[in-house]
Design a protein around this ligand. Sequence first.
Ligand SMILES: NC(=O)c1ccc[n+]([C@@H]2O[C@H](COP(=O)([O-])OP(=O)(O)OC[C@H]3O[C@@H](n4cnc5c(N)ncnc54)[C@H](O)[C@@H]3O)[C@@H](O)[C@H]2O)c1
Length: 447
Amino acid sequence: MKVAVFGTGYVGLTLAACLAEVGHAVCCVDVDARRVASLSEGHCPIFEPGLPVLLKNGRASARLAFTTDAARAIDAATVIFIAVGTPSLPDGSADLSQVFAVTDSIARHARGDKIVVNKSTSPVGTVDAIKARLARHDASTATRVDVVSNPEFLKEGSAVLDCMRPDRILIGGASPATQALLRELFAPFSRNHDKFICMDARSAELAKYAANCMLATRISFMNEMANLAEHTGADIEAVRRAIGSDPRIGYDFIYAGCGFGGSCFPKDLSALQRIAEQYDYQPRLLQAVDAINQRQKHRLFEKILDHYDGDLAGKTFAVWGLAFKPNTDDMREASSQVLLRSLWQAGANVQAFDPQAHAEARRLFGERDDLRLMDRKEDTLSGAHALVIVTEWQDFRVLDNGLVRQRLLDATVFDGRNLYEPAQMAEAGLVYYSIGRPDAGARQAPR
Ligand SMILES: NC(=O)c1ccc[n+]([C@@H]2O[C@H](COP(=O)([O-])OP(=O)(O)OC[C@H]3O[C@@H](n4cnc5c(N)ncnc54)[C@H](O)[C@@H]3O)[C@@H](O)[C@H]2O)c1
């Protein structure tokens, strides 16, 4: 089938590469000419396991093309995916300008029958808004455009796998004919059982926000429990094991830490609050989830500040992990951003290591004297007073305690992801702070 995909970010590029891999002819459109040129030359612009191979295959088979020419891609396609960004506006609502720019392009260039599939996470009513916008332009009686919602549930870091073997393929607002065509398109991803869940467009649109906000709620709930554990002298890791063993709760998304970030949870949480408010509904749970997370992103800095009695001027911190989670180079809304900016504001220096996010960090922060990005995690320790863990990359899970104690000036570790055992850290002569657990080897902060 001939497909156009608008947007070559994490979602669009992954989808396009996977569709090409299974035999469809895919033309990707992006407004970023440099990105298109680089993709056309065979470079993968993001870190996503498995994606470079698929891009290479797509190039070799000539089933995957990249262009800035929207008209050409729309003309050739039967199915047109919208996979552009829906970032937050200053008031927290979703900015639909990219989605509507693609819509207007489709309205200008579409001839004949087309199916428009909105994959971008968009507020309830967006499919209706796209239809209304298309109808305004539609002068040609020979053009029939059907519009459906198809929210994306892939996770950065395992996007290719999630796209090839999705838990579900959610389709909202499709006519029986459109449904049949999309079943054919996605059949290679739905082989071992029927993954299709079909419903009206508004329910599909709300379901995407509901999924992300449910997961965000679990994390904020655990962070609330972690803070309570710190006050009451309990250990959040013991609490996690105890409640995770209940099959009604399970172990996923119940880790306490230094807050969630990324391109989706924070922005979708804000957008759903604004959607609720538009309908005069006070989303009290969502507000609390958001507020807890924003506060939690400051916990590591508060612990550091407490330990150093409020004086961080001239101190140097080794920071491990800049990406918002492991296996990605994405730093959007990452907790590391909050930490680094707070450290800098307090006059401290940072020596950081992340397995993938250095280019992104340079893009975000530019060249500055108080940030050194090191090639090896061990290098960050020399000359640093303390180590701070922000992202739970696999590579950080086993700590060389001896080396850390020997290199750090203050032999102190602040762990925002609870990777290590407090007793072992104390035994190794390290002062160890984590989230929601008794501090080890540390002087007790006054409660
Ligand atoms: N990243 C994720 O893990 C994830 C998961 C599920 C859903 N989503 C949703 O999918 C959507 C896309 O997310 P992403 O992370 O891939 O975004 P992204 O920011 O990585 O990429 C968006 C791309 O769209 C391009 N673009 C902007 N306007 C365009 C236009 N008019 N025509 C063509 N291209 C245009 C941009 O240049 C950019 O390359 C968002 O709504 C997001 O919420 C993302």
